[in-house]
Design a protein around this ligand. Sequence first.
Ligand SMILES: [Zn+2]
Ligand SMILES: [Zn+2]
Length: 186
Amino acid sequence: MASDSLQAAIQSTPLWLQVALLILVADFVLYWEHRVFHEVRRLWLFHAVHHSVETMDWLAGSRAHVVQIFIERGLVMLALYLLGASKEALDIYVTFAALQAIIIHSNLNVPWGPLKYLLVTPQFHHWHHSSEKPAIDTNYSAHTVLFDRLFGTYHFPKAHWPAEYGTTQKLPGSYLGQLFYPFRRR
Ligand SMILES: [Zn+2]
Ligand SMILES: [Zn+2]
């Protein structure tokens, strides 16, 4: 699937443009992967593990089912590999993505200024984790708010933060309980 001419064209662009392209392409893949994991019942059972946290902190982003992590990282890296951006651009993207994932889950109520209209911030992603009705199945983007705006899933009351977090149906509390939760007979 890799195209030599596409990869050569991308590698000839400045580093900042390659990084911007990687962020946008990854965000598009992650938006749809995330949305499908919410809207397809069998896949939601895997993603519910990520949503089982009821108090948000910087480690909350690390809670996810191994099956979903494998699919998510695999899809993003496949798309980025096909683009063929330089190693430096990939290194910057991966660092940015890892730091942003920690920041958006943390309890960090700092003013982001105009950046909150462009990037996914803690308050925006906290709304994604809210179990309050209007916030359910919104704010799927990982990096920028663009695709939620574009595909009608943007929910961001900036005046306040969610009062309730977690899933409407409780998950088991133990590690093994959550690991086997998607495979349980219903
Ligand atoms: Zn989610
Ligand atoms: Zn999250």
